[in-house]
Design a protein around this ligand. Structure first.
Ligand SMILES: O=C(CO)[C@@H](O)[C@H](O)COP(=O)(O)O
Ligand SMILES: [Co+2]
Length: 245
């Protein structure tokens, strides 16, 4: 997959945070060969979250080895506006920044710059942030990322009480945008995510450590699609501008 689907369908994006980062290309290829749809690249600066991971130089090298796949950069950084051009230049397709990392005044400019850099706009919401904060940006973004762990580390416990945010979002804006869920997602927690209406699934340690990633990826995607179909949500995204820019 090299772009967001035009419809709301189940897509699985492994987070590489828990992978052996000394073999990032091999680990990424292994999960893509197992059927993953995209890659979720956790970028952490040690300020927005108490951890440090990779930046645009590493992503640029990964892109050379993996030319086509959709890269979703999860920007857990204190100054999201600072890295837009670098990440676009490194080959990122979706720039997912956190609403908690910027100000209301800066939001329109950041969203505009991401679109000008020809990337999709993802807006991340931490567990303690109320979902209502996304409303004023809902027509300008492509993806809402609902964190089901406190950002900063892989391998944490899934926060099931975040499903309420996904249910509200999918009920209020049924076909407007993609809803991505990230943190502690596995074959054990995917059912909650599917029933709530999520369609973009980030799974890190569960897939990295899985003995059967192909079966797990297929199981997660099928559950998502079954739920979307049952809610008649697997249709064309209604707000066509999301598909054009
Ligand atoms: O952004 C983050 C953590 O801050 C996530 O992408 C995690 O890295 C997902 O890993 P698991 O919770 O699935 O192990
Ligand atoms: Co992430």
């Amino acid at each position: 997959m090299d772009s967001l689907p035009k419809g709301i369908k189940g897509i699985i994006g492994p987070s590489i945070l828990s992978a052996d980062l000394s073999k990032l290309t091999d680990e990424s290829r292994r999960l893509l060969d197992a059927g993953a749809d995209y890659l979720h690249l956790d970028v952490m600066d040690g300020h927005f979250v108490p951890n440090l991971t990779i930046g645009h130089p590493v992503i640029k090298c990964l892109r050379k080895n993996i030319p086509k796949v959709y890269f979703d950069a999860h920007m857990m950084v204190a100054k999201p506006e600072q890295w837009i051009e670098e990440m676009a230049g490194a080959g990122v397709n979706q720039y997912t920044f956190h609403i908690e990392s910027t100000t209301k005044e800066s939001m329109p400019e950041i969203i505009r710059k991401i679109k000008e850099a020809d990337m999709k706009v993802g807006l991340g919401i931490k567990p303690k942030t109320d979902i209502s904060v996304v409303e004023e940006y809902i027509n300008d973004i492509d993806v809402v990322l609902i964190m089901t762990v406190e950002p900063g580390f892989g391998g944490q416990k899934f926060m099931g009480d975040m499903m309420e945010k996904i249910r509200w979002l999918r009920k209020t804006y049924p076909q407007l945008l993609h809803i991505e869920v990230d943190g502690g997602v596995s074959t054990k927690t995917i059912d909650d995510c599917a029933q709530a209406g999520a369609n973009m699934i980030v799974s890190g340690s569960a897939l990295i450590d899985s003995k059967q990633p192909d079966k797990d990826i297929e199981q997660m995607r099928n559950l998502i699609d079954e739920n979307l179909k049952s809610k008649k949500l697997h249709l064309q995204i209604t707000n066509n501008e999301h598909c054009s820019h």
